[in-house]
Write a protein that binds this ligand. Structure first.
Ligand code: PLP
Length: 397
């Protein structure tokens, strides 16, 4: 059999062909009217994609660059901040805030879990200047309750800014930045937007812009106020990743067109964004049902499963590498093993971005092949597929 390489990783995710063509055609200088018109359009589409009226900034970096920019622009050395962590990406917040001299309080839940709002409340101090959290923790497949954290900060009249890494949350879960009181919402190009790594973006509230007037951690390349000034003129402060910006525009057109009608084939990006979230949720629900039917346990607690990716435990006594390698060698399907200390104990299948029904059925079918070949208890052909088919029919009826 020939094998088609297929990514099922929560970033980078499979590329949208229309975005790849847009990249190849993006032979544009960044100080021209042509670029300014493209950039202005993409920034405006990005607001609709994030779902906010706040200004959005694009940076040429992977997602962690925007995480760092949020810390360097919004904190000063010695600031007391609160990091909520339950996985590898939460730990990145601790690392960055410490690197910029913050006094870091940490609420940590075990991998595969989320923290309770009571724990967050107990850790929140009068002096807390910012709270850092993930919308979804990609390393464990867990969704955190950002809305409840926003509500807590409001109830407590906290001055703390709420800074959310939505890098795998955007496009996979409903996030209402403006209504929930999120001050900074961060995304990355290689996740739900279906284009290669290299761009990050931040939506920033007025409260956060005001905070930047007084903070004094060092920043130069990632100076958000400078970027905002340039963006208002349709430019970026330095040479931007022109090709990726063209790709981003093409991806937004595609997402909007999912909501197209014969009268309006271009569709609507806000509706398309909701459809993209729904798509991820459906693929995730199919995968969870299939895994459960195959006797495999899910890592995330019920009700807090991320739609970005599903983390699945192998059968007792089996290393998850058996599944990861089985899918790779026989089907050229790339899924990720657990990160760090979770390596060998779980594997993750992504649903974020350009995945559809066919992709999901394919990976479940391949999982059955690997399970049967390795004599996983109770699995016969069709076990997972039947469960997934039923979920799809139910979700799309
Ligand atoms: C992918 C990802 C990041 C960013 O990682 P980069 O490699 O810097 O793009 C950050 N947080 C989460 C939750 C992610 O999934």
């Amino acid at each position: 059999m020939i094998r088609k390489t297929r990514l099922f990783t929560p970033g980078p995710t499979p590329l949208l062909p229309a975005a790849q063509f847009a990249m190849a055609a993006a032979d544009i200088h960044h100080r021209t009217a042509e670029f300014r018109s493209l950039y202005t359009r993409v920034l405006s589409q990005l607001k609709d994609f994030v779902g906010t009226t706040n200004d959005v900034i694009i940076l040429s970096s992977s997602g962690s660059g925007a995480m760092e920019a949020s810390v360097s622009n919004l904190t000063s050395p010695g600031d007391r901040v609160l990091v909520l962590t339950a996985g590898k990406f939460g730990e990145r917040w601790t690392g960055i805030t410490k690197a910029f001299g913050c006094h870091v309080d940490v609420v940590s839940a075990p991998y595969g879990q989320t923290f309770s709002i009571d724990e967050v409340k107990a850790a929140l101090k009068l002096e807390t200047r910012a709270v850092f959290v993930q919308a979804t923790e990609s390393s464990t497949g867990v969704r955190h309750d950002v809305q409840a954290i926003g509500q807590l900060l409001k109830d407590e009249n906290s001055e703390a800014l709420l800074i959310v890494d939505g890098i795998t949350g955007l496009g996979t879960t409903h996030l209402d930045m403006d209504a929930w009181g999120i001050d900074v919402l961060i995304g990355g190009s290689q996740k739900a937007i279906m284009i290669p790594p290299g761009l990050s973006y931040l939506a920033i509230s007025q409260r956060a812009w005001d905070r930047m007037e007084a903070t004094y951690n060092p920043r130069y390349y990632f100076d958000l106020r400078k970027e905002r000034k340039n963006a208002a003129k349709g430019e970026s402060a330095y040479t931007p990743s022109v090709a990726l910006i063209a790709a981003m525009g093409a991806a937004f057109n595609y997402i909007a067109a999912q909501a197209g009608t014969p009268e309006n084939p271009a569709g609507d990006l806000k509706v398309g964004r909701a459809m993209l979230v729904d798509n991820a949720e459906t693929c995730a629900a199919m995968t969870r049902a299939a895994a459960t039917a195959m006797g495999l346990k899910l890592f995330a607690p019920k009700g807090n499963e991320a739609a970005a990716a599903t983390a699945i435990l192998p059968p007792e006594g089996v290393d998850s590498g058996v599944i990861v390698k089985g899918l790779r060698s026989k089907f050229a399907i790339i899924v990720t093993d657990g990160q760090g200390e979770m390596k060998g104990s779980l594997f993750r299948i992504a649903h974020i971005g350009y995945f559809d029904y066919m992709d999901t059925i394919a990976v479940i079918g391949a999982m059955e092949q690997v399970a049967v070949a390795n004599k996983f208890p109770g699995v016969t052909f069709g076990t997972g597929l039947i469960a997934a088919q039923k979920v799809f029919a139910e979700h799309t009826k």
